[in-house]
Design a protein around this ligand. Structure first.
Ligand SMILES: O=C(O)CCC(=O)C(=O)O
Ligand SMILES: [Fe+2]
Length: 289
């Protein structure tokens, strides 16, 4: 499950053998883990180590295309400084993916950066938004037409608190369990969602099945308890890379994490037959994008 590397620098070079290991591990549903790779905040950035700067209505503080949202109570200067911190993390995470997974580098699409200063444990939210329940990622308003969701997480907790995850069954097993309960997409619904601006791009049949799996996994209390799962504790000062469309996960406890999302076309994979897109297509015996 975890493949551990002793990397300490965001711009470290990886040997050919290590690059083979990282890509293989990731495409087999593993998590690549860097227990000694820290993101060090400047003295000025440490002012952001407080949950009070997060807008309680937003899930996270987000940064993309030079815009910041999901924050509150910041002066103009604070706003700029927090934006710079997220931009700096985004840059480091991108450099790091180029080093660890160079085969992916030129195909990567840089998506949102997030900062999560709120303690997860005890946070109350609707079941669909509740990441304390096992799920595979699928974004309701941002369909990705089969592209992989590749994420870099870094625990920056200043009090040594771990980020505690549960990791569930392999994607193929999750899919075989939930697909039989999911209806086909309603013809015309994807165009309507796009027209009404509910989705930012076209919700393909793939996106429909992924979102339904995400929702049904979270809704199923029995599944949450009974599914095969294991706890993983990511220490503060550690970093991990995971494809969250494929790896069933739940975040149970922890505070202060930075995260960078990338999208990757399946054609950039070494073995695209392992992608959720191709797995769902094999099970359903039809093209989904
Ligand atoms: O915040 C975390 O540790 C992970 C939450 C989660 O499920 C996600 O970001 O997809
Ligand atoms: Fe998730």
């Amino acid at each position: 499950m975890l493949h551990t590397f002793s990397t300490q620098k965001w711009n470290e070079t990886f040997t050919d053998a290590e690059q083979q290991q990282t890509i293989q591990s990731l495409e087999n549903g593993g998590i690549i883990f860097f227990p000694e790779l820290k993101f060090v905040l400047t003295e000025q950035e440490q002012q952001f180590l407080s949950p009070d700067i997060a807008d309680p209505h937003a899930k996270n503080i987000s940064y993309h295309a030079d815009k910041l949202w999901g924050m509150q109570h910041l002066s103009d200067t604070g706003h700029q400084q927090l934006k710079s911190m997220l931009a700096r993390f985004s840059h480091d995470a991108h450099e790091f993916i180029k080093a660890t997974l160079p085969q992916y580098a030129k195909h990567l699409i840089i998506a949102r950066t997030s900062y999560r200063p709120v303690q997860i444990c005890g946070r109350v939210t609707s079941y669909r938004k509740d990441d304390k329940r096992l799920h595979v990622d699928a974004f309701p308003s941002a369909p990705n037409q089969g592209k992989r969701i590749l994420r870099v997480f870094c625990n920056i907790n200043p009090h040594g608190e771990e980020r505690v995850w549960r990791v569930g069954e392999p994607f193929d097993k999750v899919a075989r369990q939930f697909l039989p309960k999911i209806n086909r997409p309603i013809p015309g619904s994807a165009s309507l969602l796009r027209l009404l601006k509910i989705t930012k791009s076209y919700r393909t049949a793939y996106d429909h099945y992924m979102l339904q799996m995400h929702n049904r996994m979270k809704a199923d209390e029995n599944y949450q308890k009974r599914a095969e799962q294991q706890e993983i504790r990511f220490p503060s000062g550690s970093t991990w890379i995971v494809q969250t469309d494929d790896v069933s996960h739940a975040a149970m406890q922890g505070q202060y994490v930075l995260e960078q999302t990338f999208y990757l076309p399946v054609t950039a994979m070494r073995d695209q037959s392992r992608s959720p897109l191709r797995i769902l297509e094999r099970i359903l015996k039809q093209e989904l994008v």
